[in-house]
Design a protein around this ligand. Structure first.
Ligand code: 8YV
Length: 325
């Protein structure tokens, strides 16, 4: 069987390209000196695109240049960088890498929570600066008696909820509808949950439908003892409103792993002392990134063999092998 060529539009995680290359002829589009000329010459023969994460978009403009495209195998559980709606409308299947990263990301969610509430990065800086020699580190807020409200109780949200229970936190969630068999309190509105909880944990997908849903009103509802944690996508938060809320004391603190315009961080956020900032490392362990990369490859292998891809996104259900009717 002749193996189909795979195009990777942007660099992202090196491990993805390495694994693909062991199986398929791979074209690294970002290394082409004239991308447009390459697409004009080779676009019609390309049936598969792989995304290795990072910040490259796979939009309609790119997919139009590949008129015989059948699959976009994307790295990461979130796929807001892929225009999946357009792909679905044009018979292209998009796959992502759910499940393999839930525990890793949930660990970081809890780590950020403890770091933000107990001011651990600040405490470490205090020690390194020799200030402990002069006085003990100031007392902080506590997790005791607090309620964690999860925005988006999907696979990752549930992994966070299990950890939060072990921490002794009360757990609630907001999503479009109450989920059967879930022991946590459901809040039909985000503002209602923000009012009722102390820590607002964002674990919902990015994209236009959720853009800036954590806004000034939600942050005000969270209140002066409230803490915002985001391990999902920066686009869900109005960052200007967050800066204002942190500056004015409208909320106590925040812990962020993701940003609206990453890797560019608002200078105003960098200047604040009551926010903990991580460089999008939720899933970034060798083990988990490797499992995610393997999931990208497994989807491509299944598709190339005419089998259903393993993890298509809901917008692009598998409709059978190309030409199978
Ligand atoms: C990755 C992620 O860091 O899975 C996701 O949606 O955000 C992360 O696990 C990202 O895909 C790498 O660009």
């Amino acid at each position: 069987m002749e193996l189909p060529d795979v195009v990777m539009p942007s660099a992202g995680m090196g491990v993805v390209a390495e694994l693909i290359e062991q199986r398929f002829p791979l074209h690294r589009l970002w290394l082409e000196p004239d991308r447009e000329a390459w697409l004009a010459a080779h676009g019609p023969s390309i049936r598969a695109v792989a995304s290795a994460g990072g910040h490259g978009r796979i939009d309609a403009a790119l997919m139009r240049r590949l008129p015989n495209l059948e699959i976009v195998a994307s790295f990461g559980v979130g796929y807001d960088h892929v225009d999946a709606k357009w792909a679905g409308e044009h018979g292209i299947v998009v796959t992502h890498t759910p499940g393999v990263l839930d525990d890793e990301v949930a660990d970081i969610a809890m780590a950020l929570t403890v770091m933000a509430v107990r001011r651990l990065p600040q405490a470490e800086r205090y020690l390194r600066a020799g200030q402990w020699l002069d006085a003990p580190y100031p007392l902080t807020a506590s997790l005791r008696g607090r309620t964690l409200g999860i925005l988006g109780l999907g696979r990752i949200g549930k992994a966070i909820a299990r950890r939060a229970e072990a921490f002794g936190l009360a757990v609630a969630y907001h999503g479009r509808r109450a989920q059967a068999g879930v022991p946590y309190r459901h809040h039909p509105t985000l503002i209602g949950m923000a009012e009722a909880c102390d820590i607002l944990m964002i674990a919902a997908p990015g994209g236009p439908a959720t853009r800036h849903i954590v806004n000034r009103e939600v942050l005000d509802a969270l209140g002066p003892d409230g803490v915002l944690i985001n391990i999902a996508r920066g686009s869900l938060v109005d960052e200007q409103a967050l800066v204002e809320a942190l500056r004015s004391g409208a909320i106590l603190a925040a812990g962020l792993d993701v940003y609206e315009n990453e890797p560019n961080i608002l200078p105003a956020l960098l200047a604040l002392d009551n926010v903990v900032l991580l460089p999008h490392v939720g899933s970034a362990s060798v083990t988990t990134r490797h499992a995610m990369a393997q999931c990208v490859i497994d989807n491509l292998i299944a598709w190339a063999a005419g089998r259903p891809p393993l993890t298509p996104v809901p917008e692009t259900p598998w409709r059978g092998a190309w030409g199978a009717g």
